[in-house]
Design a protein. Structure first.
Length: 289
């Protein structure tokens, strides 16, 4: 099952990562094993640390609904975590909680928080930032050509992301996206593409490498050729001010060529700001929570 997220969950994960003490691991969209069903359940954010030699796991669930979170949502999340290996549950609602939901959570030992409105004046050193600029660049592969023992490789009814390379007569398998991703993250490749704007790439494979078509027939593949281009986009993000569990934050988002940029700035003890940002890839369907 693919990991799911949304803008609010990602924002909370950024803030928690910035606030987390040293030694605390913050991970978004984690699958944990349900002791009752034996199946994995996704938790929005997981905090992991050690205390007196024991591992401590805190689960955080988020909701971005326009109305305050209800007692039914609290009950549903509590029931979910009854069988998950989490030692503590925190619930965060973008629109606050109904009073009975807060009381029910308190009786269960669950902490509830919301991203409350605030102003720049709430910072120790008043923040004057109204917006931030975010410059994002990436390498973009295109125009793929397959060199195969096949009369018409362009007719394959298979997506690039679904091609699995088989080596050593099938003893070892690797998705084709793995070697492509290594190229995309190589600093030397970035320099070459940045200097020229676009460069050709060819991946060659050892003799006998193959992949399977949708009808399960083998296709011997010798190489893959593609063009690698440099793309750049700049976003201007208007900031809102708020507070979460007593911490002062500034945050915002904006769409760009690559997806949605989410930015958070969290106040340090000395009154300065610590900035983090991430990009949510474009999704074909919106996820309601």
């Amino acid at each position: 099952m693919p990991k799911r997220t949304d803008e609010f969950q990602t924002l909370i994960a950024l803030i928690k990562h910035q606030l987390a003490p040293e030694g605390v691991k913050v991970t978004e969209s984690v699958e944990l094993l349900d002791r009752r069903t034996g199946k994995k359940r996704e938790v929005d954010i997981v905090l992991e640390s050690c205390w007196a030699g024991d591992k401590v796991v805190v689960g955080i669930e988020c909701t971005r609904q326009a109305r305050p979170a209800t007692i039914e949502w609290v009950e549903r999340m509590a029931g979910k975590h009854d069988y998950l290996p989490t030692d503590k549950l925190i619930l965060i609602s973008k629109s606050g909680f109904r009073s009975d939901a807060v009381e029910d959570a308190r009786l269960r030992g669950i902490d509830t928080y919301s991203l409350e409105k605030a102003t720049a004046a709430n910072w120790k050193n008043s923040m004057n930032l109204k917006e931030v600029a975010f410059l994002h660049h990436r390498l973009y592969p295109s125009d793929f050509k397959f060199v195969c023992e096949e009369t018409n490789p362009d007719s394959f009814q298979i997506k690039l992301s679904e091609i699995i390379l088989h080596f050593d007569d099938g003893e070892r398998v690797v998705p084709l996206t793995y070697p492509i991703q290594r190229i995309l993250t190589d600093p030397d490749t970035h320099e070459k593409v940045n200097a020229k704007g676009q460069i050709p790439i060819e991946l060659t494979f050892r003799e006998g490498t193959y992949f399977l078509k949708t009808d399960k027939s083998r296709v011997i593949i010798h190489s893959v050729k593609f063009m690698l281009s440099y793309q750049e986009d700049e976003s201007t993000i208007e900031l809102q001010y708020g507070s979460l569990a007593g911490a002062q934050v500034a945050y915002g988002s904006a769409d760009n060529l690559f997806g949605k940029v989410v930015v958070s700035i969290v106040e340090d003890p000395d009154g300065t700001g610590k900035l983090s940002a991430t990009v949510l890839p474009k999704m074909s369907k919106k996820r309601k929570r």
